[in-house]
Design a protein around this ligand. Structure first.
Ligand SMILES: [Fe+2]
Length: 194
C-alpha cells in the first residue's frame, strides 16, 4: 500500500484505458512531458491534480493513491463475500459485501482475515427460546477485549458492539447457515461456522 500515487500506477491505468501520455496530459491540463516525468518517477503530481487525474483514469482518488482498482464481479453484492475492516486508531467497524478500499483516520485498512476460533477465543452457542446466546471465552479488560460480534448468513447480518469491562456475550437469531464472528482488539478476527 502506498501513501501517494506512484508513476507505475498512473502508467498502468493510462495504458489500460488506451490513452497516450499526451491524451492524459490534455485532459488534466499539463504537458505530456509532465506525465512522462510522473511515470518515470522523476516527479509527482501536485495534490490539486489528484481529483482530475483520478477522474481522467476512471477511478477514485483513494484507489489512485493506493494503486488498487477495485471492480467487484458480483454486481448484486453478496453477504457470503462479506469483509470486515476495523480502524486500529478509533475502533471504527466497516462491513462490506465485496472488495473495496476503505480509509479511516488517515489509514487505508486491510480487509480482516478471519481465523477459526481458537482455545483463547472459543465461541459457544446456546439456544434460548427462539434466539441463541453466544459467548466468547475471553477477557474483557480495557486493554484486551472482544469489540464486536457478528453473525453473517446468506441473507442477513446481525452485529453486536461489545465494550471493555462488559460481557463477551450477545444474542442473535441464528437462522440458516453462516459464520459467527468475534473480533479481539489484540488478536484479530475469529469465526465459527454454524
Ligand atoms: Fe484475544
Amino acid at each position: 500500500m502506498n501513501t501517494y500515487v506512484t508513476g507505475a500506477t498512473v502508467k498502468q491505468l493510462r495504458e489500460k484505458r488506451n490513452m497516450t501520455q499526451a491524451e492524459l496530459a490534455e485532459k488534466i491540463g499539463v504537458s505530456s512531458k509532465t506525465v512522462s516525468k510522473w511515470e518515470t518517477a522523476k516527479g509527482l503530481p501536485d495534490i490539486s491534480l489528484l481529483q482530475p487525474l483520478a477522474q481522467a483514469l476512471g477511478i477514485s482518488v483513494i484507489e489512485l493513491m493506493n494503486g488498487e482498482h477495485i471492480m467487484n464481479k458480483n454486481i448484486s453484492a453478496n453477504l457470503t463475500r462479506s469483509k470486515f475492516y476495523v480502524c486500529p486508531v478509533c475502533g471504527n467497524i466497516i462491513h462490506t459485501l465485496g472488495d473495496t478500499v476503505v480509509s479511516c483516520c488517515g489509514i487505508t485498512l486491510p480487509a480482516l482475515e478471519a481465523e477459526d476460533a481458537d482455545d483463547e477465543h472459543g465461541i459457544t452457542v446456546e439456544r434460548v427460546e427462539d434466539e441463541h446466546f453466544i459467548t466468547v471465552s475471553h477477557p474483557m479488560t480495557k486493554d484486551h477485549y472482544i469489540s464486536f460480534m457478528a453473525f453473517v448468513a446468506a441473507d442477513r447480518i446481525q452485529t453486536a458492539k461489545l465494550y471493555p469491562e462488559g460481557n463477551a456475550q450477545t444474542r442473535f437469531q441464528l437462522r440458516g447457515h453462516g459464520y459467527l464472528y468475534a473480533f479481539c482488539n489484540r488478536h484479530g478476527l475469529f469465526r465459527k461456522k454454524i
